[in-house]
Ligand binder design. Structure first.
Ligand code: ADP
Ligand code: MG
Length: 385
């Protein structure tokens, strides 16, 4: 017997490096008439690198309200961030850990690790609460943490640094001014790197009682400076990542990722196939998102999205009668992949959750195979009687 067209199409997709999970999926791929693309790891290669390490405290009391030398220096900042990020599988976390290793820095062990998709991570490093993540969510330049989002008519989920978190609650947080000196940490390297020893916590120095308590969501000189550094990095297309210790910003990292070589061609091909340009759905900041979108020819950009915001964006289009193809790679994309008419995951660097949730997986790591399988599906469907 000759193979049914949809099964041949699955085999053909496999030769293109795309794992289509069923004949039903193979058929649905050809029905899509709108596309939503994730940014980091989907339009970009997903191997970001740390390009900027900017401690906030080096400038002294006049500029940022912190005593000179009170915060970590470059290496201390990077080691601290990497210690907290070490357990994370997020591409940004890998970039931070790799950068620390490249400088030969030792990491401190992290306890109480927690990650919030689309926001960042927290961990206890040598007794201090270290938070690493999106400046907008931590500095309150996005909607305030733990407050109702009037646009969506629901409360935002608990996130790192929420008011219920005693480590960052302004009413209970041990501010820098009153924080106990850092306890002697077990700074055994978790990587066995024969590195020059660095103590990311001791480099914070001892607290100065004359410094007023700082809180991440009130405008203090140091939070204003953190926001300014983050904005500067974002304007140059970087992802800015804020590092806080016990709720106080201590530095900002700039991270950059390369556009995939086939990103622009893929956007063009998908536009031709569906009659509409894809939309960009990203948890990253609007400045970096807009810059990258312009390079590939996308005009509809939704940035600063949490996982459920990506779902809402998909539902909005499906409510308008569209059949939406979502392409993503992260844990943060999984709910949108599930909500989509058809979900496709990037396989090489994609998270396990995204790969399991998606209807199809791009195994060979070529974004251009997405329009190719849509076209394959349409051809197969035209042969099905
Ligand atoms: P995208 O939607 O572009 O794939 P994500 O939703 O994964 O991006 O992440 C959105 C933002 O959340 C990042 O740009 C970063 O600011 C922050 N973030 C998420 N996870 C981490 C992490 N492990 N370390 C630092 N920042 C993080
Ligand atoms: Mg992603």
């Amino acid at each position: 017997a000759t193979m049914p067209p949809l099964l041949s199409a699955i085999a053909n997709a496999g030769r293109h490096g795309v794992l289509v999970k069923s004949a039903v999926v193979m058929e649905r791929l050809g029905q899509v008439d709108a596309v939503a693309l994730d940014k980091t790891g989907t339009l970009t290669e997903g191997t970001p690198r740390v390009t900027d390490v900017r401690p906030l405290a080096g400038a002294g009391p006049d500029e940022d309200g912190l005593p000179a030398g009170a915060g970590p220096d470059e290496d201390g900042l990077l080691a601290l961030a990497a210690s907290a990020e070490h357990p994370s599988e997020h591409p940004l976390a890998r970039a931070v850990v790799d950068a620390a290793r490249a400088r030969g820095l030792d990491l401190a062990p992290a306890a109480d690790f927690a990650s919030t998709p689309g926001v960042g991570v927290t961990a206890t490093v040598a007794g201090r609460t270290v938070a690493v993540g999106a400046p907008a969510h931590r500095l309150g330049t996005a909607r305030p943490l733990g407050t109702a989002d009037p646009a969506a008519g629901r409360a935002t989920p608990p996130t790192i640094g929420s008011a219920a978190d005693p480590a960052t609650d302004p009413t209970t947080a041990p501010a820098r001014a009153t924080a106990a000196p850092a306890p002697a940490a077990d700074l055994t390297s978790t990587h066995g790197t024969p590195a020059r020893p660095i103590d990311p916590v001791r480099s914070l120095g001892t607290a100065d009682p004359t410094v007023p308590p700082a809180d991440a969501r009130t405008a203090t000189p140091v939070t204003a400076r953190a926001a300014a550094v983050a904005a500067e990095l974002e304007r140059s297309g970087r992802t800015a990542v804020l590092v806080e210790v016990d709720g106080v910003p201590v530095g900002v990292l700039g991270i950059a990722d390369r556009l995939r070589p086939d990103a622009a061609a893929t956007v063009t091909a998908l536009t031709a196939l569906t009659g509409t340009a894809p939309v960009l759905l990203t948890g990253d900041n609007p400045r970096a998102a807009a810059r990258l979108a312009a390079e590939v020819g996308i005009t509809d950009v939704r940035a600063g999205l949490l996982p459920q915001d990506k779902v809402a964006a998909v539902r909005e289009q499906e409510g308008a009668g569209r059949k939406v193809l979502v392409v993503g790679d992260g844990v943060n994309d999984a709910p949108a992949l599930a909500a989509a008419h058809t979900g496709v995951a990037m396989g090489r660097a994609g998270s396990d959750l995204a790969l399991e949730t998606a209807d199809a997986v791009i195994v060979r790591d070529e974004l251009a195979t997405v329009p190719a399988v849509v076209a394959l599906s349409r051809r197969a469907r035209s042969l099905v009687v």
